[in-house]
Write a protein that binds this ligand. Sequence first.
Ligand code: ADP
Ligand code: ZN
Length: 196
Amino acid sequence: MDVVPKAPLHGWIEVITGSMFSGKSEELIRRLRRAQIARQKVQIFKPLIDNRFSEDHIVSHSDMRIGSETVKSSEELVQQVHTDTEVVGIDEGQFFDPDLPAACNTLADRGKRVIVAGLDQDYLGRPFEPMPQLLAIAEYITKTLAICVVCGDPANHTQRLVVSSDRVLVGATGVYEARCRHCFDPHLSGLRMAEG
Ligand code: ADP
Ligand code: ZN
């Protein structure tokens, strides 16, 4: 019997993370476009929760867009990925369930390049699960920074501008803004709530 060498697998995980408006979606779209230009088979997913701009596209705040599929869970995401898909893009990773890191591992182990974009912190500056777990197992990490709207420094935080203690409050301009370490005030929405 001839020994047939196994085809090498080339899977890995890339994470793009930072505050809102830091260019995560732009960077994700840029990488996925290049893969499409290289004629690789690409599938792009976002969680059901994020229908802010479009149901079937990932849309950046600068209006870059790319077609996407919507899934309810990490399990559904893995099921939707075709055998011949080479690159899997995932936006809004922080809105997925705790099984997202395991799902990404499964896909990378099957030889797929998995690229995930997501917020690393919530509106109080706490690590936003499951992104920390994903960062721990990723081969490549890109940290993106926005511009602080108060002072112009690089911004690592997402400032919530409205009163709410819900961890997930979907919105963009007017609801959140980018701020640096010094201008970020995690208690702002709580203070306003107490005053109001
Ligand atoms: P993210 O996915 O990280 O929320 P996007 O890729 O959707 O970011 O949008 C990035 C774009 O947002 C920038 O290219 C710029 O046009 C716009 N933008 C709005 N406010 C800011 C800000 N404070 N700092 C940087 N970019 C901003
Ligand atoms: Zn600042």
